[in-house]
Unconditional design. Structure first.
Length: 200
């Protein structure tokens, strides 16, 4: 577990450094590709771990804890990427409220993950917590799909082509879109896998 955390923290640190460098160079394509790769890697890792835990017969609480931890990881990545990009490289007047929202979401996910893990270890996983986790996952998936559709419909994924002083939000839009994609994928897989298990 400790080794896994070190590997993930190192990987995310490198990815954020590369994102900041690509933003500094104004390379939209590279920044977009890096954001997509990070989202894909985290989502696939979460899904793979969830499947392995389910195959090993681990409890629903333990699996939900793992999914929430990965979701917290995505929110943390987004928060740090926004902070470093808009504190040191680009200028966007509205970045701070989004940063704070990401920090709050990361904290909520990680707190929920730790609570589920603790309850599961004590053999005291409550059905109410499972239900809360399910509703939070559904809400998060729906919200992330709305975010992605909104970014596309509003043309914000093309904002780099219309750069304005003090409004260089193209890097944030990449982070928003692919972070939302990762969260939606993790959540959707958790809901589908959980439903299949109930039906079986």
């Amino acid at each position: 577990m400790a080794l896994s955390i070190i590997v993930w923290m190192s990987t995310l640190t490198v990815s954020i450094a590369l994102l900041v460098l690509s933003a500094a160079k104004g390379s939209f394509a590279l920044h977009l590709a890096l954001s997509a790769i990070v989202a894909l890697v985290v989502a696939l890792a979460a899904i793979q771990e969830s499947r392995a835990m389910r195959a090993a017969g681990e409890s629903d609480a333990a699996i939900a804890s793992s999914n929430a931890r990965y979701m917290g990881l995505v929110w943390t990545w987004g928060a740090v990427a926004l902070f470093t990009t808009y504190n040191f490289v680009l200028s966007w007047k509205e970045w701070f409220p989004f940063f704070m929202a990401f920090v709050a979401a990361a904290g909520l996910c990680l707190f929920f993950s730790a609570t589920l893990r603790k309850d599961d270890a004590a053999g005291d996983a409550e059905p109410a917590m499972k239900m809360i986790g399910r509703y939070l996952t559904i809400g998060q998936v729906v919200a992330m799909v709305i975010v992605m559709v909104g970014l596309l419909v509003d043309g914000k994924m093309m904002r780099f082509a219309k750069a304005r002083p003090g409004w260089e939000d193209w890097a944030a839009n990449n982070i928003f879109f692919f972070g939302a994609l990762a969260l939606a994928a993790i959540g959707a897989h958790a809901l589908i896998a959980g439903r299949k298990q109930v039906e079986a």
